[in-house]
Design a protein around this ligand. Structure first.
Ligand code: HAM
Length: 423
């Protein structure tokens, strides 16, 4: 019988390879949010498929090609899909619980979880991936856009990342975007585009600007630029965001073609791109989505947010050769020589763990040689070794795994001795 492997476009997180680093990345990406008043939110990994078609947009690849829809049960009329992103779900949850009516606006929320897109897998692009995200709902204030961008930048910096750029653009609002849209439609009508692209241009012409193919990009060189069409309010808003970023020491690059892969954006949009990742270079992105709540049947709730990619942040750390300073999982490793010693060390292991010292014990091991090998592999700073003779004397041997030095420590004093070593 053949064995199973992880489904295409997915991979396992394992203690021997990457799982500790992933946990640390999630923690560090979220830490700045916790210090800035964002509360943790968790929503289901599947939702009504219409939430995404209406929210993320009918012209996006995410909705038209990449949605994992779930087989409908005969007794249910709901069509469900695995979430391709978090923003639509967070807006849905906010409206459902009336969070926007309960207290101060903006409602500030953060999340961490897995998302699903049926993409063609390659390095940095997976069918299940992980994001840490943040959404601030119910305030139109350039300081809020700036706050979020600064928090993302702080998060990446706290991991030691340096070789990334922040791309920034404004997509305008319902006043100025239609004027630009009309100009772009006219321009696109004069181009020789394939049928798919033409259809996309019909639904959302701005998405054509996001086309990754060089031949299409070559045709777009003279396309009208949104920047030239922004209304006074959008221009002033954008300038304020820039001013605040500059004052906070966050560098950015203008990217007039940055439209992003989701339809809900208005005004500020941004992406963090890393130089060491090849074609899948976006380690995070987001923007303002002032109309999404209304698109989902809610009241006007101007909002802004981002999602940072955990998988790609891991690859970016690798590309920059950054080793995260991960705490040792085991500090003390106990090795018993004989049945009686095993009982005593088992009890001491429990006691040490309860006192906060990360301790492991050799289980089911037959020889001292193998047990010491396990102690070595565990990465523990100290091994505790005890045989019958030690126990008769009321001691255990404490071996410093780095220096090799071994000293007897009385059983009674063991916990305090190890605590004093500041484990
Ligand atoms: P997004 O740009 O689609 O935005 O995704 C955010 C980040 O998730 C990307 O920059 C990338 O690092 C990571 N990512 C996306 N797709 C994949 C994939 N297939 N494999 C690996 N990593 C991936 C959003 O999802 C928006 N919800 C962000 C947002 C929040 N906008 C406003 N609020």
């Amino acid at each position: 019988m053949s064995t199973f492997t992880a489904p295409k476009g997915t991979y396992d997180l394992l203690p021997t390879v990457n799982s500790a680093a992933y946990l640390a990345i999630r923690e560090r990406l979220a830490a700045p949010l916790r210090r800035a008043g964002y509360g943790y939110v968790e929503t289901p990994v599947f939702e009504d498929v219409k939430l995404f078609s209406r929210g993320v947009g009918e012209s996006t690849d995410i909705v038209t090609k990449e949605m994992f829809t779930l087989a409908r049960r005969p007794e249910s009329s709901e069509d469900l899909a695995l979430r391709p992103e978090g923003t639509a779900s967070v807006v849905r949850a906010t409206l459902e619980a009336n969070l926007h009516k309960l207290g101060n606006l903006p409602v500030k929320l953060w999340y961490s979880g897995n998302f699903y897109r049926y993409e063609r897998p390659q390095k940095g692009r997976y069918r299940q991936f992980s994001q840490v995200g943040a959404e601030a709902l119910g305030a139109e204030d350039p300081a809020l856009d700036a706050e979020l961008i600064i928090l993302a930048d702080d998060a990446f910096r706290s991991l030691g990342l340096r070789e990334y750029k922040l791309l920034l653009n404004s997509l305008g609002d319902q006043q100025c975007r239609p004027v630009y849209r009309a100009a772009l439609v006219e321009f696109l009508a004069g181009l020789d585009l394939d049928e798919d692209t033409r259809r996309r241009a019909g639904i959302n012409p701005l998405r054509v600007l996001d086309d990754k193919r060089e031949a299409v990009q070559a045709q777009l060189v003279d396309a009208p630029k949104l920047r030239d069409y922004l209304c006074e309010e959008c221009k002033a808003y954008d300038e304020k965001v820039r001013e605040l970023l500059t004052a906070a020491g966050v560098a950015f690059v203008d990217d007039p073609k940055l439209v992003r892969g989701l339809d809900y954006y208005t005004r500020t949009t941004f992406e963090f791109v890393h130089g060491g990742l090849g074609s899948q270079s976006a380690i995070g992105g987001g923007g303002r989505y002032d109309g999404l709540s209304e698109m989902l049947g809610g009241p006007a709730l101007p909002s802004v947010g981002w999602g940072l990619g955990v998988d790609r942040t891991f690859l970016a750390l690798e590309a920059e050769g950054i080793e995260l300073d991960l705490p040792a999982t085991t500090e003390v490793y106990a090795v018993a020589l004989g049945e009686e010693a095993k009982n005593v060390l088992f009890a001491k292991t429990v006691e040490l763990r309860r006192a906060g010292v990360a301790t492991d014990l050799a289980f089911g091991v037959k020889s001292i040689k193998n047990a010491m090998k396990s102690a070595n592999r565990s990465g523990a700073r100290f091994a505790l070794i005890a045989g019958d003779r030690d126990l008769a004397e009321g001691v255990v041997q404490l071996k410093d795994m780095e220096s090799g030095e071994q000293t007897p420590v009385s059983l009674e004093a063991l916990v305090t001795t190890l605590k004093e070593k500041q484990l």
